[in-house]
Design a protein around this ligand. Structure first.
Ligand SMILES: Cc1ncc(COP(=O)(O)O)c(C=O)c1O
Length: 357
């Protein structure tokens, strides 16, 4: 196994002097006191390898699946890894969207598969073209992997388009893995992929909409056979999740309405701020996102995302360069942060763009 480099992580992790973080895509985390749990009561030994039964029950109930159809994973990323690794073997073809969150198109390569890129372009509002997916399936793609809402653009597939992709993977006996980690941020989230087809797998977790990235709890929703295979593979990777993390996830799901209501309000307000800012300038163009914390505006012609990213960082503004997502001349602009930080960050961004178009 040889994984391609994942340069977005050191860019975010090692950034110095950040005053305005417009690169963080998570909603603000809840406070422990608001979750109403006593972490002192967390069992410290091994828990149930498949996760606390209470957490499995809560995920089953919340997302409308049976308990045997849930893999509880150490973060969403592990769910994506295990879902794909158990569906394909080295040499198989995998279709993955580009641009995307880097593991979506790099994971297949790491596992030894051959990548068929599915292009999402600014011109099409980052839509997925079903004809392109069908061509990949005709070429033999064993799995199709996408995000919805799309990281980096924040565009979500409406249910009819998602259904169309489900029908395609059914027709060609392939699988559709949809990373839906941002979906619950939307005011009215469209149906989960898992509910639309036996061949669709939803991966998600508590890191973004619930703001609990530190809990390291995610899940894959799939059929029983696939879940058994993923659980077996997890035995070789992380064995079980952290008991502390699962306690936090249980509390988050029990307080789901309260947390999501608060976070959606926060995100909608910030989105309105970014939208106003977008209208106030003409150097950057965007495809308005569908309600998550992420957007992917286009820079003025010829401006390289790394150059712009470095220039912004010198002013204390952290954004993620498009290059890391597989598309130059764009920057990912996120707005999970507090309103004051967002407004100040946008002011800096405006100054940097002055005279550029
Ligand atoms: C699309 C997407 N999937 C997965 C992850 C990672 O999720 P987790 O921290 O739950 O492993 C991220 C984090 O940025 C993401 O953007």
């Amino acid at each position: 196994v040889k994984f391609p480099s994942f340069d977005l992580v050191p860019w975010l992790n090692e950034a110095k002097g950040v005053k305005y973080d417009l690169a963080n895509s998570a909603a603000p985390p809840p406070k422990i006191e608001d979750l109403g749990i006593d972490m002192n009561k967390t069992p410290l030994g091994y828990a149930n390898i498949w996760g606390f039964p209470e957490l499995r029950e809560l995920v089953a109930e919340t997302y409308g699946v049976d308990e045997g159809e849930i893999l509880l994973s150490s973060g969403t990323q592990e769910a994506t890894f295990l879902a794909l690794a158990t569906l394909i073997k080295p040499g198989d073809k995998v279709a993955a969207e580009v641009p995307s969150y880097p593991p979506i198109f790099n994971l297949p390569l790491g596992i030894g598969a051959r990548l068929i890129p599915i292009k999402r372009t600014f011109k099409s509002g980052f839509a997925i073209d079903p004809d392109e997916v069908e061509r990949a399936l005709i070429a033999g793609a064993k799995a199709v992997i996408i995000t919805s809402p799309h990281n980096p653009s924040g565009r979500a597939l409406a249910e009819p388009r998602l259904r169309e992709l489900c029908e395609l993977v059914e027709r060609y006996k392939s699988h559709l893995i949809v990373d839906e980690i941002y979906k619950e941020m939307m005011p009215k989230p469209p149906e989960l992929a898992r509910h639309l087809s036996e061949r669709a797998i939803t991966v998600s977790g508590v890191s973004k909409a619930y703001g609990l990235g530190g809990a390291r709890v995610g899940w894959a929703l799939s059929d029983r056979k696939h879940v058994k295979e993923m659980r077996l593979a997890k035995d070789y990777v992380s064995v079980s999740n952290s008991t502390h993390g699962e306690m936090l996830a249980i509390a988050a799901l029990k307080n789901r309405d309260k947390i999501l209501r608060k976070n959606r309000k926060h995100i909608q307000k910030n989105l309105a701020t970014v939208e106003r800012w977008m209208r106030s300038q003409s150097a950057m163009k965007w495809a308005k996102p569908d309600g998550a914390t992420i957007s992917f505006p286009k820079l003025p012609a010829g401006v390289k995302s790394m150059d712009f990213g470095k220039k912004a960082l010198k002013k204390g503004l952290l954004m993620a360069p498009g290059k890391y997502f597989g598309l130059e001349n764009h920057m990912r602009l996120t707005y999970g942060c507090q309103e004051g930080e967002l407004k100040a960050g946008l002011k800096v961004l405006g100054k940097l763009l002055e005279g550029m178009n």
